[in-house]
Design a protein around this ligand. Structure first.
Ligand SMILES: Nc1ccn([C@@H]2O[C@H](COP(=O)(O)OP(=O)(O)OP(=O)(O)O)[C@@H](O)[C@H]2O)c(=O)n1
Ligand SMILES: O=C(CO)[C@H](O)[C@H](O)COP(=O)(O)O
Length: 440
């Protein structure tokens, strides 16, 4: 068993991050906690139930038909598996994440962990089938080695490395249900009817679609249940089985609770799925925008006006004062409009770029920054202003190396407007008084 992070990163703070979860889920978590706490107290310990995850990532992705195993295929220049790891590691109550990779991909995987700063990851050698890879992950959790930071969890989540869009709510639902029933898994309605062909290639019978479901991931188990099932199961199961819930039923008589999952839980299998995954990621990161203003006063005018306009297009728009720049990072937003009203040309933008650099936000996704500038026709001529602003080219070249895409917007307005330029923005949104917008 190898530690994925050379130099090691300690486990995350135990305890759930419940932001955004509904009341029913919070109650579910509370009951999960209380059961575990009672047991922990009885054992003289404390804290939440130990939850770990096993991610099989040792396949070759034959159906995708490209030389690179699909879990390592890039989406927006980042390997698919990194998105799945990110989805799991942001769930703070998952203590350990064990990833099964082939010996040949071990170094590449370590590189990914280091480059994208993944935490709480341990690597094990994959097996020749998915079930064998999972079994290896479970063994690493069951039999903690002298130098291993892993310990036997109470509940284990099993999730395919090639299902990147798993959300905290479904993870919580399967873990909670597994605690109660011994096993649980996400399901989806069938898209197509399942039929059974006979040996002559004709229809034998078809299944009633309303009575069947597609089994997806994640699944969760009481660790003792699934480990026992894997220890008991036959070579045939390990070789040809595709369903962990079935092993729990067959070998431990545990009937899994089935939990409705979201459509995004589907497994990246064919090449076109990579394009679909890319579109989903782009859609998600483009729906959030931060408008950074350089004074509180202008925030009232330009900021609020811009916010109203953008809200027609985007789900989440937030206006922030230049003084709250550190807060920007906590928002996990990847699109910024930085309005330089009061400060000299690039002062605000430069401050934002510094904060972004320090945060390492752009390691995970490309960050877009639009630097907005104003010019009224009574001050310096348009051409001179543009010349001054052309220094943005150099800045843009520099930050592009760090995955930050910077461009400028010059708003040139014809009238002198007495008070804050915020009003000028209101005016230019009106085509009658429109001056000139120049993207540079
Ligand atoms: N020996 C194997 C085979 C598969 N998997 C993993 O199990 C998950 C689901 O399997 P699947 O989608 O079938 O992946 P592949 O086997 O890689 O794909 P294919 O069947 O097209 O070859 C994937 O994360 C895959 O990497 C694994 O860990 N070890
Ligand atoms: O479908 C599944 C539900 O149990 C598993 O998630 C798994 O993806 C099946 O893998 P494979 O395609 O290799 O059989």
């Amino acid at each position: 068993m190898e530690s994925g992070t050379p130099g090691g990163s300690g486990p995350a703070e135990p305890g759930p991050r419940l932001r955004g979860l509904g009341g029913a889920l919070q109650a579910a978590w509370a009951s999960l906690l209380s059961g575990a706490q009672a047991q922990a107290q009885a054992e003289g310990g404390c804290c939440a139930p130990a939850v770990a995850a096993v991610l099989p990532a040792g396949g070759s992705g034959e159906r995708m038909g490209v030389p690179t195993p699909k879990q390592f295929c890039p989406i927006l220049e980042r390997p698919l598996i990194s998105y799945t790891l990110q989805a799991l590691e942001r769930v703070r109550w998952i203590k350990d994440i064990v990833v099964a990779v082939t010996g040949g991909n071990m170094e590449a995987m370590k590189g990914i962990i280091q480059r994208y700063q993944h935490k709480r990851i341990s690597l094990v050698e994959a097996g020749v089938t998915r079930h064998r890879s999972i079994f290896n992950g479970l063994k690493a959790l069951a039999e903690s080695q002298p130098n291993s930071r892993l310990s036997r969890p109470e509940v284990v989540i099993i999730h395919d490395a090639v299902r990147p869009f798993v959300e905290e709510d479904v993870l919580l639902k399967v873990v909670t249900a597994a605690k109660e029933h011994g096993a649980a898994g996400a399901i989806r309605p069938l898209v197509s009817t399942v039929i059974s062909p006979s040996s002559d290639g004709c229809l034998d019978h078809s299944l009633d679609r309303t009575k069947h479901r597609a089994s997806e991931m994640p699944q969760a188990f009481l660790f003792d249940v699934i480990y026992e099932a894997y220890q008991q199961c036959s070579d045939y199961d390990l070789e040809f089985g595709t369903e962990c819930l079935q092993l729990a039923l067959k070998y431990c008589h545990v009937k899994a609770k089935l939990v409705e999952g979201s459509p995004d839980l589907w497994k990246v299998t064919y090449k076109r799925d990579l394009y679909a995954a890319e579109s989903i990621i782009k859609e998600r990161i483009s729906q959030q925008m931060c408008v950074v203003m350089d004074t509180k006063e202008d925030e009232e005018h330009v900021g609020r006006c811009l916010e109203e306009m953008l809200k027609n297009e985007l789900n989440h728009v937030k206006v922030m004062s230049g003084r709250d720049l550190q807060q920007v990072i906590l928002e996990q937003c990847y699109n910024f409009v930085c309005v330089n009203v009061m400060t000299s040309d690039f002062e605000k933008t430069q401050k934002l770029l510094n904060v972004l650099d320090e945060s390492n936000l752009s390691i995970l996704y490309p960050v877009v920054v639009i630097s907005v500038h104003f010019l009224d026709n009574k001050s310096i001529p348009f051409g001179r202003k543009m010349e001054d602003l052309m220094q943005i080219k150099e800045l843009a070249r520099e930050v592009k190396k760090r995955n930050i895409l910077l461009c400028g917007l010059l708003i040139y307005y014809p009238q002198v407007i007495e008070s804050a330029k915020g009003r000028a923005f209101v005016k230019i949104s009106d085509p009658e008084s429109m001056g000139r917008l120049t993207l540079f």
